[in-house]
Write a protein that binds this ligand. Structure first.
Ligand SMILES: Cc1cc2nc3c(=O)[nH]c(=O)nc-3n(C[C@H](O)[C@H](O)[C@H](O)COP(=O)(O)OP(=O)(O)OC[C@H]3O[C@@H](n4cnc5c(N)ncnc54)[C@H](O)[C@@H]3O)c2cc1C
Length: 381
């Protein structure tokens, strides 16, 4: 059996970036993937335009037991390195928000650039890894298409979300087998279920501010048939908390607005007044009182104002792994070297990407993590 210097399990963003570095180092490498094509999550990312990095990426944009784990990798392969690498491949980009970069044309451009950099590296598709064993100084990778041998292994098997693209928990299984702890997995960057709203609001979207675990998040909120979605809710789902408050009019002090309206527009209902700044249906949902505003006491106006500026939700749960953009949790960072991505429990075993207990915020942070951790693993394996 041929012994490779390195076998990479997973031809996603992290595994392919690791392979790019190994190709530069002239190592003999085999990439094994159970799918029929590489980097399927890159292809669907950013609505097909791949938000491939964010220049603001630092540890504060990451979640997990130890978010500072990302620091070393992010300085070894920075967001600017990603951007420069993309530009070297002459991929046209656009900056949707300051520092947040997408492909101008198609996410496939990123996949093709990765493949272009590893033209001589063999990728074994349609091959599912079932287990990894270590005997003497070699790893034996057991698959549905036979065994493969390598001196080092990089586990880049991704998360468990978007299962229809082909996912598995083999990374967690292998890590556990070598003594690593697995942090419980949960869906993140996804819509959330809640009974706090009527399904009649489904389809309405507006700018809102969510306060969760003392963090304030701003962005578009979309009402759905089962709860709430949209970018600001996706971000809130990273915190894994059922409790949050929503401000439906972040730039308006509703109590002041209603007190003023009581003086100047006393014959209107509160919902009429609120309709001036909120979608009509939402205004009526938040305040069903049909009295003239002049007939409401200030403490009643304050209560209504609080439902607009400070709406409390206590039952929000992430909708599920099937539609979550990332998986929070995974292989604990405890026994992985952040400088090399090597296991501290088993020499020659490396990890990269989403399979590790690191989840990034919405905005290109997850692919940056995949690239940075893949780079480091590929530099050291
Ligand atoms: C819809 C969607 C949109 C997204 N948009 C963005 C975005 O715009 N920007 C951003 O930063 N992030 C985005 N993300 C997240 C980002 O795509 C992922 O975090 C990133 O691709 C993870 O890369 P990875 O290499 O760690 O894992 P993956 O890309 O999941 O790769 C893992 C690979 O391992 C293979 N594998 C798994 N198990 C086995 C096994 N047993 N045997 C062999 N092979 C195996 C899989 O086939 C897969 O190819 C998005 C995700 C989704 C789902």
């Amino acid at each position: 059996m041929k012994n490779y210097d390195v076998i990479i399990i997973g031809a996603g963003a992290a595994g392919l970036m690791a392979a790019v570095q190994l190709a530069r180092r002239k190592k003999s490498v085999l990439i094994i993937d159970m799918g029929t094509e590489p980097a399927r999550k890159v292809v669907v990312s950013g609505g097909g335009k791949c938000n491939f990095t964010n220049l603001h990426a630092d540890w504060t944009h990451y979640f997990g037991k130890n978010p500072r784990f990302v620091c070393s990798a992010l300085t070894q392969w920075t967001p600017n390195d990603t951007l420069n690498w993309v530009r070297t491949h002459k991929i046209e980009t656009y900056e949707k928000e300051p520092g947040r970069y997408f492909c101008e044309h198609d996410a496939h451009d990123i996949v093709n650039a990765l493949l272009n950099d590893i033209r001589d590296t063999k990728i074994q598709y349609n091959t599912t890894v079932n287990s990894v064993e270590k005997s003497d100084d070699k790893f034996i990778i057991k698959t549905n298409r036979g065994d493969f041998s390598a001196t080092s292994v990089i586990i880049a098997t991704g998360g468990l979300s978007y299962a229809h693209l082909g996912v598995s928990n083999i990374g967690h299984v292998i890590a556990k087998q070598f003594g690593h702890k697995i942090e419980p997995v949960r869906p993140a960057l996804c819509a959330m279920k809640t009974k706090a709203f009527s399904s009649e609001l489904a389809g309405i979207s507006l700018q809102a501010e969510i306060t969760i675990n003392k963090n304030k998040l701003n962005g578009d909120l979309l009402f759905t048939h089962f709860g709430i979605g949209g970018p600001v809710v996706y971000r809130a789902s990273l915190f894994g908390s059922q409790k949050m408050t929503v401000n439906f009019a972040p730039s308006t002090n509703i109590f002041e607005l209603l007190k003023e309206a009581k003086k100047t527009n006393g014959k209107k209902t509160v919902a009429n007044i609120l309709s001036g700044i909120l979608p009509n249906k939402l205004a009526h949902f938040l305040c069903a009182d049909t009295r003239h505003i002049a007939d409401l006491r200030d403490n009643e106006l304050k209560q209504i104002a609080d439902t607009v500026n400070n709406f409390e939700i206590s039952d929000a749960t992430a909708i599920g792994l099937q539609s979550a953009e990332v998986t929070a949790g995974g292989i604990s960072t405890d026994k992985i070297s952040s400088k090399t991505m090597e296991s501290q429990l088993c020499a020659g075993l490396y990890f990269a990407g989403e399979t590790i207990d690191i989840a990034g915020d919405l905005g290109g942070y997850n692919l940056q993590w995949a690239f940075s951790s893949g780079f480091v693993a590929g530099l050291n394996a």
